[in-house]
Design a protein around this ligand. Structure first.
Ligand SMILES: NC(=O)CC[C@H](N)C(=O)O
Length: 353
């Protein structure tokens, strides 16, 4: 069946429908990872977005246990070519069936390179995936322009707290849409990790007297999380060691008076160079974000840049003055992507000691 991707700027791509045939409007973002399509699909930070995979062949090892959460989260999936015959000793099915089963619409067979160039030049924009051949572009474009993602953290956070037991440090992990490998990276290092729903109060977390608090990644505009930011402010004031990743990093910055803004097209992929400003060493990082902390709005008495993006000079991490708090915009848990910065979990454990 034919499918159409209609962009806010009037561009239309015609391809083949994959997964659900449901019509969807979403923000269209691109990811440049060459492998790890399952970790991308199951990263809750993609809730509220349709993802374009720039790598031209997707699904060639099928569905494997490499999941970062229990289900796929993007609103839509856009690929050049979907493998029809996946092959891998762990393969349990096809992307096609996975998308259909989870009611996620997608489109294959379009020129994803041309699409990515549009998104890079004009910036991230909204789009519609539809199988309706009689679509009316005049009616659709105003709808696309008016569409906003809203608060998506509430959609992805866990409903109840759960514990990964361990004999080491006791970490409270705030789940704003956490990828599995954050808890796993801590648990592999012996930590007992208690995962809390996003709206747990600071009082409840602090009453358990954790050795450290981890703030997770998550979807959407950090400024939508007004209630959570208030709780994070209390965690900041508590003097408990804190490590935060991506959305968690942005929320801590907002909680302490800095500002964030939306980037032109964000960073999503497995090859983003970030420089540690203390050592001048560059790490290749896994990334998935569309917002960024404004370096100009940082109060040097509160937070100092610790990492910077080598490509565009944007902030990639902060160190909080007089506190055991450091936060990063990139993903030390990888999944997918390079594990160069996994040592940051060890640093967090040292900080808790
Ligand atoms: N992976 C994340 O935590 C993303 C954070 C935020 N939603 C952004 O796009 O910038």
């Amino acid at each position: 069946m034919k499918a159409f991707l209609i962009l806010e700027d009037g561009n239309v791509f015609t391809g083949t429908s994959i997964g659900s045939t449901r019509e969807v409007i979403s923000e269209i973002v691109f990811n440049t990872s060459m492998t790890g399509y399952l970790e991308v699909l199951t990263d809750p930070s993609y809730a509220g977005q349709a993802v374009v995979m720039t790598y031209p062949l997707i699904g060639n090892y099928g569905i494997t246990p490499d999941m970062e959460s229990a289900k796929p989260w993007p609103d839509g999936y856009i690929v050049r070519e979907l493998s029809r015959m996946p092959s891998n000793f762990r393969c349990e099915g096809t992307i096609q069936d996975f998308l259909t089963k989870n009611d996620i619409p997608g489109i294959a067979g379009i020129d994803t390179r041309a699409l990515t160039k549009i998104l890079r030049e004009k910036g991230t924009m909204n789009g519609m995936i539809t199988t309706n051949e009689n679509y009316n572009i005049e009616e659709i474009i105003p709808k696309l322009k008016a569409y906003t993602t809203g608060n998506v953290v509430d959609k992805v956070t866990c409903e109840e707290k759960r514990v990964l037991s361990g004999a080491g440090k006791r970490v409270a992990l705030m789940d704003f849409g956490a990828k599995n490998n954050i808890a796993q990276s801590l648990n592999n290092r012996g930590c007992e990790v208690t995962i809390y729903p996003a709206h747990t109060t600071a009082e409840e977390i602090l009453s358990t007297n954790p050795d450290g608090i981890m703030l997770s990644n998550g979807p959407g505009d950090p400024k939508e999380c007004t209630d959570i930011i208030k709780e994070i402010r209390k965690l900041y004031e508590s003097d408990t060691p804190i490590f935060a990743i991506c959305l968690g990093h942005q929320l801590m910055a907002l909680a302490t008076g800095a500002d964030t803004h939306k980037m032109k097209y964000g960073h999503r992929g497995g090859n983003h160079p970030v420089k540690d400003l203390k050592t001048n060493r560059v790490y290749i990082s896994s990334q998935n974000h569309g917002y960024v902390v404004d370096t100009d709005t940082l109060d040097p008495n509160i937070a100092k840049p610790a990492f910077v993006n080598v490509n565009d000079g944007t902030n990639e991490g902060l160190e909080y003055v007089g506190k055991n708090i450091f936060t990063v915009q990139f993903h030390p848990e990888a999944c997918p992507g390079p594990q160069d910065s996994g040592y940051l979990f060890d640093r967090f454990i040292e900080m808790m000691s």
